[in-house]
Design a binder for this molecule. Sequence first.
Ligand code: NAD
Ligand code: ZN
Length: 261
Amino acid sequence: MIDSSGNTRRESNRTAMTSLEAILDESRRTVIFTGAGISTESGIPDFRSPNGIWSKFTPVYYQDFVASEDARREAWRRKLIVDRDMRGAKPNRGHRAVAQLVHQNDVNCVITQNIDGLHQESGIAEDRIIELHGNSTYATCLDCESRHELESILADFSRDETLPLCDNCGGIVKTATVSFGQSMPRAAMDRAEAETLGCDLFIAIGSSLVVYPAAGFPVLAKQNGARLVIINREPTDLDGLADVVLNEEIGATLGDAVGVS
Ligand code: NAD
Ligand code: ZN
């Protein structure tokens, strides 16, 4: 809520839960937007945590991946390391609460920056999830876009660093994520924009809201007249825009508000 001095009010967990429930009840159409923070309770480090796997590597740019076998080998070596954290990760209380809201039709869709596939695994139908940065649980051919499973790719690569090629067309195969330097997926961006413009409540969860263009969606929602709620352990760049900011742990806050364990 905005207080009388015009500042966004940070709320205690108890009032926060009440107001989150009340705000959800009042909304006609709600969009949830998630970032890496919703998956830390599943054991996947977020982008900014010190010593997180992501902070150890400079990114392999898309252009380099396409142009150079060395860059592709480096990217797949990293994938083997990152996969140790991601593989076996299960949806946590925060994911389950979001899934419950979608099942109850209290939430229309989930726009996610995450690439871990945990919203799908929590039981949300594919057509209710919009992935802005792709998905790292499978790979695709850059030419014919056919899907390739990681298991055999990683088995071959860990044996002798064999680079995967498409068995359909011979093209280069890459995890289905959006790399630095790669263009954003047009269909996902269009759907996210339409959902954002169609909602009257936008809840951003577990994102530092600094990665653009993704972080443009909460801004767009607010500019279009929706209420904006931010749930994140730390302050974000967009707190000043929000109607409610909850600096809380995601699993407990959402789980209590939705009644999910
Ligand atoms: P970020 O790391 O920039 O921000 C995550 C935020 O979540 C942080 O501000 C942190 O304080 C907060 N947070 C972490 N755990 C929390 C918890 N349990 N409760 C409350 N708050 C918590 O993440 P971002 O904004 O999503 O941007 C990172 C980029 O890296 C994204 O584009 C994403 O694609 C990618 N990424 C994805 C994953 C994943 O798929 N799980 C993991 C790391 C990075
Ligand atoms: Zn192909």
